[in-house]
Design a protein around this ligand. Sequence first.
Ligand code: HEC
Length: 103
Amino acid sequence: MQAVLAIAAWMPPQPGMAQPGLSDTAMLAATCATCHGPAGRQPSPGGSIPALREQVAAHLLQRLQAMQKHNDPKATVMPQLLQGLSDAQLQALAQWFSEPEPR
Ligand code: HEC
């Protein structure tokens, strides 16, 4: 039920959106907080949704790109959620979550 509510709260960015600046990235990242916890810190430690904060940016980007291209057979919701995002947005999100504190 929680997952259903979370998906309902998801608003993909619209085509034609400007490339992300800092505040755009923070806004985009806020849509991830529903599941990944505020600022990407895992809401329930040991739960099925991984923490994002302070993971290595290159690793996050590689995971995002793989899931977006449906190259992660274990992924459930992420491949769908990532469909509307550009590669620049994935890079900005990976960078944003890799930093120690949210901007
Ligand atoms: C509806 C809940 C939900 C939302 C919203 C969500 N995620 Fe996820 N995320 C998951 C789940 C569940 C997984 C585990 C993989 C799967 O099942 O798809 C995951 C996995 C990931 C992973 C892989 C982490 C790792 O250590 O392997 C990354 C990176 C990630 N999400 C980034 C994001 C970003 C960035 C956003 C916002 C654009 C986001 N997620 C929004 C539920 C969500």
